[in-house]
Design a binder for this molecule. Structure first.
Ligand code: HEC
Length: 178
């Protein structure tokens, strides 16, 4: 009888250990589930409404690979090849979307060996992601452009084949063309 407390204590502390382990596993599983649901919801939300920043910006950076050949990864441009995007006045969603869809013809084509041609085959979502990324990276903007904004601009400029000119873009952003 004198050793009664010992057999009693050992199982209890084992039980406590087991309960602690099980509790920890349940907690980890719950956290994992929350993470998956949370992440899944975020990505789905971004795909449909464009109201989340991370996924479009990641995609936008991938699409920017098309532009980086000429404009450089850091947007600094390359002498004789393409101008810098940093400091460009055409990085707002409206002018930039047009420029990406149809190209750009600046005041002095002799400055560059290459031409800025449009990429109309890009989907609305990819253009929106690209325009968002360029705005974030090179113009300090923090908005995410929804794909339907690109769709609207694409529809409004359907049939256009010429590149945009400076006077046209100026008129668009509200300065007087010159
Ligand atoms: C083949 C090289 C090339 C590629 C690829 C290219 N660009 Fe250009 N881009 C140019 C050239 C050249 C100009 C200047 C054209 C001119 O002044 O006539 C230009 C001009 C621009 C301008 C106007 C800059 C300013 O302020 O004068 C923007 C904005 C721009 N590009 C964005 C992009 C984006 C975004 C992409 C990717 C979808 C892209 N470009 C892909 C060559 C390129």
């Amino acid at each position: 009888m004198s050793d009664t407390p010992d057999p009693g204590l050992a199982p209890r502390s084992n039980r406590a250990l087991v309960l602690g382990l099980v509790g920890g596993l349940v907690g980890a599983a719950a956290l994992g589930t929350w993470f998956v649901v949370h992440e899944g919801g975020r990505v789905r939300g971004a795909a449909t409404s464009g109201d989340s920043t991370a996924a479009p910006l990641v995609r936008g950076e991938q699409v920017y690979g098309l532009c980086a050949n000429c404009h450089g990864r850091g947007g600094g441009g390359q002498l004789g090849r393409a101008p810098a995007l940093l400091g460009s006045p055409w990085l707002d969603p409206e002018p930039l979307t047009r420029l990406v869809l149809h190209g750009f013809s600046g005041p002095d084509p002799s400055l560059f060996r290459e031409k800025m041609v449009g990429a109309p085959a890009l989907s609305d979502r990819d253009v929106a992601a690209l325009v968002s990324f360029v705005g974030h990276r090179f113009a300090g903007r923090d908005d995410v452009v929804p794909a339907d904004v690109v769709g609207r601009i694409r529809a409004a400029t359907a049939g256009r084949t010429r590149a945009w000119t400076v006077p046209e873009l100026r008129a668009l952003v509200g300065e007087d063309g010159s």
